[in-house]
Design a protein around this ligand. Sequence first.
Ligand code: SF4
Ligand code: SF4
Length: 401
Amino acid sequence: MLEARSLNQLSGMPDEVVSSIITDPALRSCIQCGTCGGVCPFGYLMDYPPVRVIAALRADVFSKVFTSDTIWMCVACSMCSTSCPAQIPLTADLMSRLKEEMILQGSVPEELQTALENSQRYGNPLGEASRKRADWTRGAGVPVPIFGKDVTQADVLWFVGDYASYHPRALRASQALARLLRLLNVDFAILGNEESSDGDSQRLAGEHGLFELLAEKNGRVFKKYKFKQIITTDPHAFNALKNEYPLAGISYPVQHSTQFLYERIDQLKPFLRREVKARVVYHDPCYLGRANGIYEEPRALLKAIPGLTLVELPHHHKTSLCCGGGGGGMWLDGFQWEKSHTRLSEWCVQEALQLKAGVMAIACPYETPRFEDAIKIVSHTDGLAIKDVCELLLESVGTES
Ligand code: SF4
Ligand code: SF4
């Protein structure tokens, strides 16, 4: 382990993470095609996109990778992983471990550090009090039962997630889903103040220990109640519950809310009476689409809305542009702005505006605030509205139902 030894001499870095990268046989299957650097939205700004990280590894100059802070331009969009011909798990593995090492070295942008500390201290990256987690239910207009307070069992445990619970704009989609679930007579309940952050973005940002802590905490709460399945509107929560929690023995059937509603589309359709006359584009969230292959259910729900015309963005399905919010991007905006003077959310909005769309439909609570901010910057008009699929469905139902 010449490389690991020289690394320690150079910077005193802990061995464990670095060694796990250096000895990873998967990385040796890289053919240096450069695809990962080419498809990466911020590849043009990163000193070490995945292809160069692996090249440095081969050339025995791996320590140089840690001299650049542009690793924090990685928004964990999964574009490199899903495009790599050698099928190397770049996003969740290599990039996340590099970030873990940067965290261990104390080289973390301040805003990300704050979000990670908040997640540890308050159970959510926004630093909100856990007792306020269910406050959004007051504006739902329908009863939203809470496990432990109102019920101890329900068919469906709705894992609401951080932004969908707390963010003043994102929580409106939660309120819309609550109404839709009531309409469909779904027996559901939320966890209220017992829910903690799913931890997925923290994990992708390199905080693996914190992720495990949050997963264990949620796992302990799940065990207290009886339910048949979990649903969530949050693609990162969905990704964690579907792919990561089972690795820690926390395994339950889980669906994204669009999958759950799509399975009930025949029951839902008679309620969709109002026309929503709009030219609508749908933005595929990275961790619903690219990372988990859910593309058609949200589209089918949108197509079921009378009057709505669905148009595809230039980048859609597998090639969808990242909003820049996942995998810690929500907490790196300032850092990334300083480096790039652009935001990925602006690129997405530009595409929608070029298509003269009236609405950009989304299926991720990170996206509403990001895209609404981006519209203010790129267009200075209110011609493009951002709406969650649940909000559009409820618009067609009408709030009096
Ligand atoms: S896309 Fe895969 S094979 Fe090609 S350079 Fe990147 S890591 Fe190597
Ligand atoms: S996950 Fe996305 S942002 Fe990160 S290196 Fe890969 S392509 Fe670039």
